[in-house]
Design a protein around this ligand. Structure first.
Ligand code: FAD
Length: 380
C-alpha cells in the first residue's frame, strides 16, 4: 500500500509521461508517486475490497462498508493537519504571496473534448495548508494591463485535492484548470492575444516552474464533517468538480482516523462528452468499492438526450431524480453547486418546477435550506 514515505519528494525532472488519456506531460520524479496518472492504488484497494465484500455478506449490517474497507485506504500524513478547529484563511495575501513550485501539469481530458483542462500539481512544501473545498489564488507573471506597473490580479482556483495532496504527505495541492481560449465571433478563429492569462500560464507551466500563490480562501464549500453519516449531493459542471474530487478522496481513498465516512455522496457531473469527463477512473472505482455510499450520474450534453429530446444538462439529471433529492434534502442532506455561473439559472428553474409539482414553495424551501446551512454555491 502506498504511504506518504513512498511519495517523498526528489527534485530530478523525469522524462515526459503519457497519461491514460494519451496526453503528454512531465513531472518531477518521485514528487507524486501516486499522482493523477499513477492509479496503482485502484488495483490494490479493489483487490482487498473483493475479499471484504465477501465477508460483508456474512456480517451484521451495523458495520458500514467504509469502515470495513478502511484497511485498503491510503495512509496520510501529517495528521496534525486534522487538529485545527478553524480552517486556515488567507495565510498568504496578494502583497506577500508564497512562491510555490509546479510538480506536474497533465491534460485531464481525452482527444475529443472541446477545449483543454489540465490537472496541475503544486508543491507548497507544507507551508500553505488548506482544507477540502477551499481555493488558492494564483498571480500570473507580468504586468496588470489595467494598472501599469502593478502585478496581475489574483485568479482563484478551487483546490482539487485533499489537505494531504495527491502524494498524501501534506506538501502539495492540485488544481483543475480549464484553458480560457478566445474565439473571434466574426471569424470563428482563435485569437491568442485575448486568451486567458492565468489559465494558459498554468496549463503551459513545466515541472520546476515557480508560481505565486495566495490563500487559501473560502468557507462556503468546506465539507461539513460534524456528521460522518450525512448525505452530500454534489452538482458540478466541468472544472466545478474540483472541490468534490477533494471530498471524495477524503471519504473513500484516504485513511483519515477522525473522518470515517459512512453516509451518501452523490455526484452529478455535467460535461460536453465522454472525453470531457474529469477524474472518471477515480470516481468509477469508488462506485465499485462503495456502492452503498457513492452514486455518480453524468450529463453529457453532446452525447445524451433529455426526456424531451434536447441536450442532456445537469439540471435534466436533477429532474430525473428530483423525488429522491427532495426527500434527502428534507432529511438534512447538504447540496453543493460548483462550476460556471451559467449553470445556476437552469438548475434553479428545475428545482422550482419540481417544488411546485410537489405543492411546495421553492422560495420557502430555499430560504430554509440556506438557514440550515445545507445550501452551498460557488460559481464563477
Ligand atoms: P483572463 O485573462 O482573466 O480573461 C478572462 C476571459 O476574458 C477569458 O475567457 C479571455 O479569453 C477573455 N478575454 C481576454 N481578453 C479579451 C478581450 N480583449 N475581449 C474579450 N474577451 C477577452 N477556473 C478553473 O479553470 N478551475 C477552477 O477550479 C476554478 N475555480 C474558481 C473558483 C472561484 C471561487 C472563482 C471565483 C473562479 C474560479 N475559476 C476556476 C476561474 C478562474 O479564477 C479564472 O477566472 C479563469 O481561469 C480565467 O482566468 P484567465 O486569467 O485565464 O483569463
Amino acid at each position: 500500500m502506498a504511504t506518504a514515505a513512498a511519495a517523498a519528494s526528489q527534485v530530478a525532472v523525469s522524462a515526459p509521461v503519457v497519461s491514460s488519456r494519451g496526453a503528454r506531460s512531465s513531472r518531477i520524479q518521485g514528487g507524486s508517486n501516486l499522482s493523477f496518472t499513477n492509479r496503482s492504488w485502484i488495483g490494490t484497494t479493489l483487490a482487498s475490497e473483493s475479499k471484504v465484500a465477501a465477508q460483508r455478506r456474512h456480517v451484521s449490517k451495523v458495520l458500514c462498508s467504509v469502515q470495513q474497507a478502511s484497511k485498503s485506504k491510503v495512509a496520510v500524513t501529517p495528521l496534525h493537519l486534522e487538529s485545527a478547529k478553524e480552517p486556515p484563511l488567507n495565510t498568504y495575501k496578494p502583497k506577500g504571496p508564497y512562491t510555490a513550485t509546479i510538480v506536474s501539469v497533465e491534460r485531464a481530458v481525452g482527444p475529443n473534448a472541446p477545449g483543454e483542462t489540465c490537472h496541475v500539481v503544486i508543491d507548497h512544501g507544507g507551508n500553505v495548508p488548506y482544507w477540502e473545498g477551499q481555493s488558492y489564488g494564483i498571480i500570473p507573471p507580468g504586468e496588470n494591463p489595467k494598472k501599469p506597473g502593478n502585478p496581475q490580479n489574483v485568479r482563484l482556483y478551487s483546490i482539487a485535492s485533499t489537505r494531504y495532496g495527491d502524494s498524501f504527505d501534506g506538501k502539495t495541492a492540485s488544481l483543475c484548470v480549464r484553458r480560457a481560449v478566445y474565439y473571434d465571433p466574426q471569424t470563428g478563429k482563435e485569437d491568442p492575444s485575448k486568451n486567458g492569462v492565468c489559465s494558459n500560464f498554468l496549463c503551459n507551466s513545466k515541472p520546476g516552474d515557480k508560481i505565486q500563490l495566495t490563500g487559501p480562501s473560502g468557507k462556503i464549500m468546506l465539507l461539513p464533517e460534524d456528521d460522518p453519516n450525512a448525505t452530500h449531493i454534489m452538482i458540478a459542471t466541468g472544472t466545478g468538480v474540483a472541490p468534490y474530487r477533494g471530498y471524495l478522496r477524503r471519504m473513500f481513498m484516504e485513511d483519515v482516523p477522525n473522518y470515517r465516512f459512512g453516509g451518501l455522496a452523490w455526484l452529478f457531473l455535467g460535461v460536453a462528452n465522454s472525453d470531457s469527463l474529469l477524474y472518471d477512473e477515480e470516481f468509477t472505482s469508488y462506485l465499485k468499492q462503495y456502492p452503498d455510499n457513492f452514486r455518480f450520474d453524468k450529463a453529457l450534453s453532446r452525447e445524451q438526450k433529455n426526456k424531451n429530446g434536447g441536450k442532456m444538462y445537469v439540471q435534466d439529471k436533477i429532474e430525473e431524480y428530483s423525488d429522491e433529492i427532495f426527500k434527502l434534502l428534507d432529511g438534512g442532506a447538504h447540496i453543493y453547486f460548483c462550476g460556471l455561473k451559467g449553470m445556476m439559472p437552469g438548475i434553479q428553474e428545475t428545482l422550482k418546477k419540481v417544488a411546485e409539482q410537489r405543492g411546495e414553495s421553492w422560495d420557502q424551501k430555499l430560504s430554509q435550506l440556506k438557514k440550515n446551512k445545507q445550501w452551498h454555491v460557488e460559481v464563477y
